[in-house]
Design a protein around this ligand. Structure first.
Ligand SMILES: CCCCCCCC/C=C\CCCCCCC/C=C/C(=O)SCCNC(=O)CCNC(=O)[C@H](O)C(C)(C)COP(=O)(O)OP(=O)(O)OC[C@H]1O[C@@H](n2cnc3c(N)ncnc32)[C@H](O)[C@@H]1OP(=O)(O)O
Ligand code: FAD
Length: 669
C-alpha cells in the first residue's frame, strides 16, 4: 500500500503536512462508512500482496497471454473468495481491486441480474445456484453486428415449435450475428440471448432466453453454434483482457422453459401471454448496470486525479526569475484550473452515484409492489447520469495524462491503459448521445404537460416552479455571493428549465413533433446535459448539508462542491447568458470566486486524493506512487521492457546492419 516502511522517504510529506482537514474522516465520507473503509482496505491489501494479481507487465503481454492471465486471475480470485469465505461485499471489492476486465464482470454484472430481473421464481431456483457456484458461466448477448442502440431492430429469432415444446434459435442474416458481448468469445458456457419471439406465425418482439453455448464437458461449441472473439481492441492491455465475442445460431433448439418468463410467457400450445407490466421492464438489466457505471466513473476519475495530483506536487519546472528552487507544477494556476475541477468532479460523481444507488433500490422495491410510477424517473436518471459522468470521466482521464506531461504518455504512468479501458464506457450500456436523447424526450414531454397543470415529480420537480424560474434574476453582486448554495441551485434550475422550454417551443414550430425532435436533436443534447448537471450539483449540495464528522471535512467538501458548480458555470457560460439567467458581470464574478477556491484547495490537494485510500497496486502508476519517489521508479520500469532484454535489438542482423553497411559503401564511392 502506501510506502512509508522503514527507511523509505515520503517525498510528499510536506504536502501532507499542509492539509487542513482530518484525512481519516474524509476516507469515511468518500467510502460511505467506517465499515466500508475497513473492508475496502482489507481487500485492497489482500490483492496487492498476492503475486498472482501482479499487473505491472500487463501492457507488454501478447493478447493470448493476456487472456490466459485473466483466466488465471479470475480462477485465483474465486479460490480466495471460497477459501476465505468472503461475503458478497468483500468478494465484489476483491474483484474490483484485481482490476482486470474479464468474463466474471459480465457473469456477475449482467447474466445473474438478467435472470434475477426477468426470470420466474422457478427459473431463478434452477439457474442461479449454478451461476453462484460457477458451474456455468454466463454473459449478456444482446447487441448484434447490425444493431446495438436500436434494440427493437435486433434480428435473431426464437421461433416456438409446439410439436417439440422448444424454441428454435436462429441467426437469419450476417447482421444478426451477436457481436460485442463480453465473455462470449471464449469463456461463457451460457448466455442470456435477446431475440425476436415468434409464435403462431406472429412476431412479438424482443425477449430474453437462456441458451447453452458450450459443452460443460470439454467447452467446445454445441452443434449449430458458431462462436469466436471479435478481435483486438483499442490500446495495449486495457479491455483486450476481455473476450468480446461473436455468436451465430443455426436452428439451435432450447426447451420452452428457457425463455425468461417473468414479464411474458408462451404456453405449451404456443399462446403468447403478456403480464400486466410495462414492456420496458425488459430493459431492467441495462438500468441496473447504468447505475453501477455511474459509481465506477468516480472510481476511474479519482484514480486519474490521484495520479495527476501527486505527480504535479513532486514535479518541478522552471523557477523564479530571481533564482531559488524550481516551482512545483501544481503551483501553476493553469495546472490548478485544469486539475482541480476534475478532482471536484470525482467527488461529485461519487456522491451522485451513492444517491443513484439509493434511487435504484427504491424503484426496485416499488416495482416489486407493482408500483411502476417511478420507472421513467429511474430510466432518465440512470441514462443521463451514465452519459454525463462517463463522458466527463473519459475526457478527464485524458486531461490527467496531459497534465503529467511526457511521462503521462508512458504505459508505466497507468494513464494510457486507464483511458483505453475506460473510454468504451461512453458507448457500452447505451451510446451516450442516444441516452441523452432519451432524457431530452422525457424533458420535452414534461414541459408539454406543464400547461395542463401536471406537477412534475422527483428530479424534475423544479420544472413545476416554471413561473418563477422563467423570469428570476440572479442576485449575485460579489464573488463571495457565489458561495451561496441557494444562488447556485437557482441558476442551474433556471438554466435547465429555460433551455428545455426554449427547445420545446422550437419543436412546436416544426411541421411535426417528429421532425422537430429530429431537427433540434443537437439542442436537445444540451438540454439533457443541463438537466443532469443540475442533478449532480443538487446532490452534492445536499450531501454537504448533511452532518459530516471530522475536523475540516465538511469545509473541504463544501469547497469541492463550489468548485464543481462554478467550474460548470464558467464552462457553460454561454448557456447561462443566452437564457438570461445571469449577466456577463456575474459570470466574471463566478470565475473570480473559482480562482479563490483553487487557492484554498491547493494545500489540501494531496490529502484529498489520499482520502481515496488507493493502494499503489490498484493505482498501477509509477507517477502516482504514494511516496512520490517517481524518478527511480520510472528509471527502473524502463529496463523491464522486453525491448531492453538485450543491448543489440533483434532484427539488427537482418535490417540494420545491411543498411548501415550499404550506406558506408555508398559514402566511400
Ligand atoms: C487499467 C484497468 C482500468 C479499469 C478501469 C475500470 C473502469 C471499468 C468500469 C466499469 C466496468 C463495468 C463493466 C461494464 C461492462 C460493460 C458491458 C456492456 C454491456 C452492454 O453494452 S449490453 C447492451 C447495452 N445496450 C444498450 O444499452 C442499448 C441502448 N438502447 C436502448 O436502451 C433502447 O433501445 C433505447 C432506450 C435507446 C430505445 O428503445 P426503444 O426503441 O424501445 O424505445 P423508445 O421508443 O425510444 O422508448 C419507448 C419508451 O420506453 C422508455 N424507455 C426506454 N428505455 C427504458 C428503460 N431502460 N427503462 C424504462 N423505460 C425505458 C422510453 O422513455 C419511452 O417511454 P414513453 O413511451 O415515451 O413513455
Ligand atoms: C467494450 C464494449 C463492450 C460491450 N459489451 C457488450 C455486452 O456485454 N453485451 C452486449 O449485448 N453488447 C455489448 N456492447 C455493445 C454496446 O452496447 C453497443 O455498442 C452500444 O449500445 C452502442 O450501439 P452501437 O454499437 O449500435 O452504436 P450505433 O448506434 O451504431 O452508434 C453509431 C453512432 O450513431 C449515433 N446514433 C445512433 N442512433 C442515433 C440516434 N437515434 N440519434 C442520434 N445519433 C444516433 C451514435 O451516437 C454513434 O455516434 C459492448 C460494446 C463495447 C464497445
Amino acid at each position: 500500500m502506501e510506502a512509508g516502511g522503514a527507511g523509505e522517504v515520503d517525498h510528499l510529506a510536506g504536502e501532507r503536512a499542509t492539509a487542513q482537514f482530518d484525512v481519516d474522516h474524509m476516507k469515511v465520507a468518500w467510502a460511505g462508512s467506517r465499515h466500508a473503509v475497513d473492508v475496502a482496505d482489507r481487500m485492497a491489501r489482500l490483492v496487492a500482496s498476492d503475486p498472482v494479481f501482479r499487473k505491472d507487465n500487463r501492457t507488454m503481454l501478447p493478447r493470448k497471454e493476456l487472456f490466459k492471465d485473466t483466466l488465471r486471475k479470475a480462477a485465483h480470485a474465486w479460490k480466495r473468495i471460497v477459501e476465505l469465505r468472503l461475503t458478497e461485499e468483500e468478494a465484489n471489492l476483491l474483484r474490483l481491486y484485481v482490476d482486470q476486465p474479464g468474463y466474471v464482470d459480465l457473469h456477475w454484472g449482467m447474466f445473474v441480474p438478467a435472470i434475477k430481473g426477468q426470470g420466474t421464481e422457478e427459473q431463478q431456483k434452477k439457474w442461479l445456484p449454478l451461476a453462484y457456484k460457477f458451474q456455468i458461466i454466463g454473459c449478456y448477448a444482446q447487441t448484434e453486428l447490425g444493431h446495438g442502440s436500436n434494440v427493437q431492430g435486433l434480428e435473431t429469432t426464437a421461433t416456438f415449435d409446439p410439436k417439440t415444446d422448444e424454441f428454435v434459435m436462429h441467426s437469419p442474416t450476417l447482421t444478426s450475428s451477436k457481436w460485442w458481448p463480453g465473455g462470449l468469445g471464449k469463456a461463457s458456457t451460457h448466455a442470456v440471448v435477446y431475440a425476436r419471439l415468434i409464435t403462431e406465425g406472429k412476431d412479438y418482439g424482443i425477449h430474453g432466453f437462456i441458451v447453452q453455448l458450450r459443452s460443460l464437458e470439454d467447452h467446445s461449441p454445441l452443434p449449430g453454434v458458431t462462436l469466436g472473439d471479435i478481435g483486438g481492441k483499442f490500446g495495449s492491455g486495457a479491455y483486450n483482457s476481455m473476450d468480446n465475442g461473436v455468436l451465430r445460431f443455426d436452428h439451435v433448439r432450447i426447451p420452452r422453459d428457457q425463455m425468461l418468463m417473468r414479464l411474458s410467457q408462451v404456453t405449451k400450445e404456443g399462446k403468447y401471454v403478456h403480464s400486466n407490466v410495462p414492456k420496458q421492464l425488459l430493459y431492467g438489466t441495462m438500468v441496473f448496470v447504468r447505475q453501477t457505471i455511474v459509481a465506477d466513473a468516480s472510481k476511474a476519475l479519482s484514480r486519474a486525479t490521484c495520479i495527476a495530483v501527486r505527480y504535479s506536487a513532486m514535479r518541478k519546472q522552471f523557477g523564479p526569475q530571481t533564482g531559488g528552487p524550481e516551482t512545483q507544477v501544481l503551483n501553476y494556476k493553469t495546472q490548478q484550473s485544469r486539475l482541480f475541477p476534475l478532482l471536484a468532479s470525482a467527488y461529485a460523481f461519487r456522491f451522485v452515484g451513492e444517491w443513484l444507488k439509493w434511487l435504484y433500490t427504491d424503484v426496485t422495491h416499488k416495482l416489486e409492489a407493482k408500483d411502476f410510477s417511478t420507472l421513467q424517473e429511474a430510466h432518465a436518471c440512470t441514462a443521463g447520469l451514465k452519459a454525463v459522468t462517463t463522458s466527463a470521466t473519459a475526457d478527464g482521464i485524458e486531461e490527467c495524462r496531459k497534465l503529467c506531461g511526457g511521462h503521462g504518455y508512458l504505459n508505466s504512468s497507468g494513464l494510457p491503459e486507464l483511458f483505453a479501458t475506460y473510454v468504451p464506457a461512453c458507448t457500452y450500456e447505451g451510446d451516450n448521445v442516444v441516452l441523452l436523447l432519451q432524457v431530452a424526450r422525457i424533458l420535452m414531454k414534461t414541459v408539454s404537460q406543464l400547461a395542463s397543470g401536471k406537477q412534475p415529480v422527483g428530479t424534475m420537480a423544479y420544472m413545476g416552479n416554471v413561473q418563477y424560474l422563467m423570469q428570476c434574476k440572479c442576485g449575485v453582486n460579489t464573488a463571495e455571493d457565489w458561495l451561496s448554495p441557494a444562488a447556485i441551485r437557482e441558476v442551474f434550475e433556471a438554466r435547465a428549465l429555460r433551455m428545455a422550454v426554449n427547445c420545446a417551443q422550437n419543436i412546436n414550430r416544426a411541421p411535426s413533433q417528429e421532425e422537430g425532435l429530429y431537427e433540434l436533436s443537437p439542442d436537445l443534447l444540451e438540454v439533457a446535459v443541463a438537466h443532469i448537471q443540475l442533478i449532480i450539483v443538487t446532490k452534492f449540495i445536499e450531501k454537504v448539508e448533511q452532518d459530516i464528522p471530522g475536523e475540516g471535512v465538511k469545509e473541504q467538501l463544501r469547497n469541492l462542491c463550489n468548485v464543481y458548480a462554478l467550474y460548470l458555470v464558467h464552462k457553460h457560460l454561454g448557456d447561462f447568458l443566452s437564457t438570461g439567467c445571469m449577466t456577463a458581470r456575474q459570470g466574471a464574478l463566478a470565475n473570480q470566486q473559482l480562482g479563490k477556491l483553487y487557492a484554498q484547495l491547493r494545500p489540501n490537494a494531496v490529502a484529498l486524493v489520499d482520502a481515496f485510500n488507493y493502494t499503489d497496486h490498484y493505482l498501477g502508476s509509477v507517477l502516482g506512487r504514494y511516496d512520490g519517489n517517481v524518478y527511480p521508479a520510472l528509471y527502473d520500469e524502463a529496463w523491464k521492457d522486453p525491448l531492453n532484454d538485450s543491448p543489440v535489438p533483434d532484427g539488427y542482423r537482418e535490417h540494420l546492419r545491411p543498411l548501415l553497411k550499404q550506406q558506408l559503401k555508398l559514402s566511400r564511392l
